[in-house]
Design a protein around this ligand. Structure first.
Ligand SMILES: Cc1cc2nc3c(=O)[nH]c(=O)nc-3n(C[C@H](O)[C@H](O)[C@H](O)COP(=O)(O)OP(=O)(O)OC[C@H]3O[C@@H](n4cnc5c(N)ncnc54)[C@H](O)[C@@H]3O)c2cc1C
Length: 412
């Protein structure tokens, strides 16, 4: 074929999920994925409860559960200013944020991508791997030229979808500007196995000294671990000793259970990133629309890229199914909802990063004061509820400088 209704560039989470939904709706879909094999680049493996609700609305929940999706049911915040037993005593049940969702869903990223890609193909999308995209033409007559298995093909589409991640070629071809904040801290991640002493239903975060950890169990003794550290120490975990140094950073007095992680075995690469927030004002142009990271992403410290991507796919697929006028005007409501969603999530990410991923005496004193004040006034910790229940679950007055000041006591 050389004519499709949709050509989707990027067969990660967003592209493969959209291909599933649109192929099931009877649309002709070409899905183009660059890689031959999905590798562990250290990406998201934790879907927030509001993201799980989006997965359900897309009809993909059973697929992910059958592929090994693992629900976590409790959250514990540890900190050097908190007694570990008191922290455990304040464990938060995670079924309280979205009705019908037992908690966040964890699934390995490469396996998650492969599961969706295979299902898209089974649903009727033409799904190709090992594709080299040569040219993307947006505008009134969208077209894509690519090489696959030694052959060059040019195909036309009613619409091109950019689901090609942070460095999106579709975004560049469509002339859509990516806005970015300055990085706040470093963020590394790694998969660990043989950590079966860790309770597989409990996720945890915590800050001690110059390191802040996050741990999301995957079941069967596997845990996806992440750690924040300062920009000045950007090479702290570089080199062959990096993975062991990273594991050692998890040995914390404030969370004795982290021994299970520190004594675990690396089961994938350690990758570190500058953590930033980014966004696009209008994630569409004539002949093209962006979903997922291609349209901008939030600091992974709040772990919401997958949830954002699934919501993008749900909104865009609903619009495409509702109307046959696939003009830029169709995507205005998507752009408006997404701009406000990303603005709110940026705000939540900034507060989270200031609290959890700043180090030293002042930062420690601020966290201590925050925990004490939040115990007396739980509304102070609403940003955490926004992560779990979705940014729209919080009132508008939460996203103000007054509120930020109240949480951080004047610190920006
Ligand atoms: C360290 C880290 C931790 C994270 N943790 C979490 C978390 O816990 N929870 C969470 O929700 N999110 C998390 N995220 C974010 C999450 O992983 C992303 O938001 C999500 O993967 C975005 O999905 P996507 O489909 O838009 O992009 P991607 O997953 O990046 O997929 C893009 C796909 O496009 C393909 N591609 C790229 N260019 C081309 C091209 N030219 N032609 C064809 N194919 C192309 C790529 O090969 C890839 O398969 C994390 C991110 C990082 C960096």
């Amino acid at each position: 074929m050389s004519e499709y209704e949709l050509v989707i560039i990027g067969g990660g989470i967003g592209g493969s999920a959209l291909a599933n939904v649109m192929a099931r709706a009877g649309r002709s879909v070409l899905l183009l994925e660059k890689s031959e094999v999905y590798e562990d680049h250290v990406r998201g493996e934790w879907i927030a409860p509001w993201g799980v609700a989006e997965v359900k609305r897309l009809g993909l929940y059973d697929l992910l559960c059958e592929a090994g999706g693992h629900h976590v049911r409790q959250h514990i915040t540890f900190d050097e200013t908190l007694d570990p037993d008191m922290a455990k005593g304040s464990a938060l049940p995670l079924n309280m944020f979205v009705e019908g969702v037992p908690g966040p869903l964890c699934i390995g990223h490469p396996h998650h991508c492969q599961t969706l890609f295979d299902a898209a193909s089974a649903a009727g999308a033409e799904a190709l791997r090992g594709v080299d995209v040569v040219e993307i033409e947006t505008g009134a007559a969208p077209a894509v030229t690519f090489r696959h298995k030694g052959e060059e093909r040019r195909v036309t589409a009613r619409l091109i979808v950019g689901a090609d991640g942070r460095q999106s070629a579709v975004r560049a071809a469509a002339g859509i500007k990516l806005e970015q904040e300055k990085p706040h801290h470093m963020f590394g991640g790694m998969l660990v196995e043989n950590a079966s002493g860790w309770d597989a239903e409990v996720q945890a975060i915590g800050t001690e000294g110059d390191f802040a950890f996050l741990a999301f169990p995957q079941g069967d003794g596997r845990i996806r671990i992440y750690g924040s550290y300062s920009l000045e120490e950007r090479r702290r975990f570089a080199g062959p000793d990096g993975p062991q140094l990273f594991l050692d950073a998890f040995r914390m007095q404030c969370c004795p259970e982290n021994e299970h992680i520190a004594n675990g075995t690396p089961a994938g690469p350690l990758r570190s990133y500058f953590n930033i927030n980014s966004w696009t004002e209008e994630p569409f142009a004539d002949g093209a629309v962006l979903v997922g990271d291609a349209g901008g992403w939030t600091d992974p410290i709040i772990g919401l890229g997958l949830s954002i991507t699934y919501r993008d796919v749900r909104i865009v697929s609903d619009l495409l199914k509702e109307s046959d006028e696939w003009t830029p005007a169709l995507f205005k409501p998507y752009a408006e909802e997404r701009a406000e969603r990303m603005r709110r999530l940026r705000f939540i990410a900034q507060i989270t990063a200031s609290l959890d991923a700043e180090f030293g005496e002042d930062a420690r004193a601020r966290r201590k004061s925050y925990f004490e004040r939040a115990a007396a006034d739980p509304a102070l910790g609403s940003h955490a509820a926004g992560v779990m229940a979705g940014p729209e679950a919080l009132p508008a007055e939460f996203f103000t400088e007054e509120h930020r000041s109240r949480v951080l006591e004047g610190h920006k």
